[in-house]
Ligand binder design. Structure first.
Ligand code: NAP
Length: 471
């Protein structure tokens, strides 16, 4: 008699830790990995009464209760398609395949329809929190058929992180919605990290603070409105000594060059396709790209003169940097949630933005105090066109924007790159400014390409025969 509640294919970091998390919550978990040795290792190193290893796909599938719940925790991309092909002939109608990896949401939409035609149900589930989250409680974003969600809900809600009694897991929407929300979550994470990195550069190169002081500053910030996982780990990082160097901290020995995986870049590409401005996330991607041009940067730093600017920093410098970070963080989230807003309409997902913010409050990398305010904002007005217009965020932007302007001016004069902070201000000013310059652009387009324009004083579409005044 099949007795396993759920099966996981893929026993690498994420799959094995999720399996143990499920086992801890009383679910009987069948474990399978393409390379059998990995399953053997997991079972040997972390034995659990609710976890059983299987070494053939057939036995693995036979062990599962009906409808079978088969979760893929494998490398995203082609491997997911090939495992699905392997599964199809061995599954029954009504069985459920769950992809918990970082799959591209358009692949999830395609796979969802493909399996639906065969009577197999498919969930694309975003999971955030890395290894630790997977083991002890991640933030979980399931997408798929709403009526069938009840078949996976108990497992996901049990294993997710919790805030009080509330699970950091909610049904997101049809087909690729879960993976879409996870993708943008990662984009927001890029912007959040980039902003923190820019404040670090300012505190270090304008403020002249050493790592001990930086650690204290971030620790202090973490007690207030910036309270978040990322600020907390940043305070820890500056305090960490380099074990190879008694006098210094590890952070100074780490190469100034960051990788960028798929999700941040996907978010930017997708935003351009949807026509949504998420310039801060894109700035964060671009900065990582530039960080990898190590030779070019070395040459440029030797050959391009640094600005000379001797003005002393003010007594309120640290506080101004903090306020800038807070204002810019609000704008980063406003951009990310604008993208959700657009996707919700474009893909018909009816996303619940307040609920999405609430499941980010624990388990995931962007967990922060601040997310409660986003939930409250959408609780008051679920049709809020942009988070910046919520009373709380508006007040905070207005209170902190002069600090953001001052700090960006200082960074520019000192030659310190602050692309995410600058893009936050550009986004703000592009919204706020009564004129954005598009009237001139429309005139140019009409001049060279007869693209037509609309007028401020009457309805309709117009073309003008522009004269060459200067030959
Ligand atoms: P991973 O390194 O992304 O992938 C390794 C796993 O994929 C192994 O189990 C491997 O099996 C399997 N695999 C690769 N190609 C395969 C194929 N053609 N057929 C069958 N299996 C194949 O593993 P991970 O880091 O645990 O991540 C799993 C998923 O979660 C990925 O989509 C990842 O992007 C996502 N994710 C990861 C994190 C994280 O912090 N690591 C966080 C969130 C989400 P073999 O052992 O046989 O090679």
């Amino acid at each position: 008699m099949p007795e396993m509640d759920i099966g996981i294919i893929g026993m690498a970091v994420m799959g094995s830790n999720l399996a143990l998390n499920m086992a801890d919550h009383g679910f009987k978990v069948a474990a399978y990995n393409r390379t059998a040795n990995l399953t053997r290792e997991v079972i040997k190193n972390t034995p659990h009464k609710n976890l059983e290893g299987f070494y053939s796909m057939q036995e693995f599938l036979h062990s599962l209760k009906s409808p079978r719940r088969v979760m893929l925790m494998i490398k995203a991309g082609k491997p997911v398609d090939s495992v699905i092909e392997e599964l199809i002939p061995q599954l029954d109608k009504g069985d459920i395949v769950i992809d918990g990896g970082n799959s591209f949401f358009e692949d999830t939409i395609r796979r969802y329809s493909y399996l639906k035609e065969k009577g197999i149900n498919y969930f694309g589930v975003g999971i955030s929190g890395g290894e630790k989250g997977a083991r002890f409680g991640p933030s979980i974003m399931p997408g798929g058929n709403k009526d069938l969600y009840k078949h996976v809900q108990p497992v996901f809600e049990a294993i997710s992180a919790h805030v009080g009694e509330e699970p950091c897991c909610t049904y997101i929407g049809d087909n690729g919605a879960g993976h879409y929300v996870k993708m943008v979550h990662n984009g927001i994470e890029y912007a959040d990290m980039q902003l923190i990195a820019e404040t670090y550069l300012l505190l270090r190169h304008v403020g002249g603070f050493d790592n001990k002081k930086l650690s204290e500053i971030f620790h202090e910030w973490n007690k207030g409105e910036l309270h978040s996982y990322l600020i907390g780990i940043t305070a820890d990082i500056f305090a960490e000594n380099d074990e190879n160097n008694q006098d210094g901290q590890l952070v100074d020995k780490i190469l100034d060059s960051a990788g960028q995986k798929g999700t941040g870049r996907w978010t930017s590409i997708q935003a351009l396709k949807q026509g949504v401005d998420i310039s801060m996330i894109t700035a964060a991607c671009n900065t990582r790209v530039l960080s990898n041009l190590r030779e070019e940067r070395k040459k440029a730093s030797a050959e391009i003169k640094a600005p000379v600017y001797d003005k002393k920093m003010s007594d309120s410098f640290i506080e101004e940097v903090r306020k800038s970070l807070y204002a810019a963080k609000i704008i980063a989230y406003a951009q990310g949630f604008s993208l959700y807003n657009s996707a919700s309409k474009e893909y018909g997902w009816d996303l619940d933005f307040g609920k999405i913010a609430s499941i980010f409050r624990a388990g995931c990398i962007i967990q922060a105090e601040f997310l409660n305010k986003i939930t409250e904002a959408y609780g008051k007005n679920k049709n809020l066109p942009n988070l910046m217009f919520d009373k709380f965020f508006l007040e905070n932007i207005n209170e902190n924007q002069s600090s953001l302007r001052n700090i960006i001016c200082l960074a520019i004069n000192k030659g310190i790159p602050v692309p995410a902070l600058s893009n936050a201000l550009q986004y703000l000013d592009a919204h706020r400014s009564p004129q954005i310059g598009a009237n001139l652009i429309q005139a140019q387009r009409d001049y060279f390409g007869a693209h037509t324009y609309e007028r401020t004083d009457k309805e309709g579409v117009f073309h003008h025969e522009w004269q060459e005044h200067y030959k």
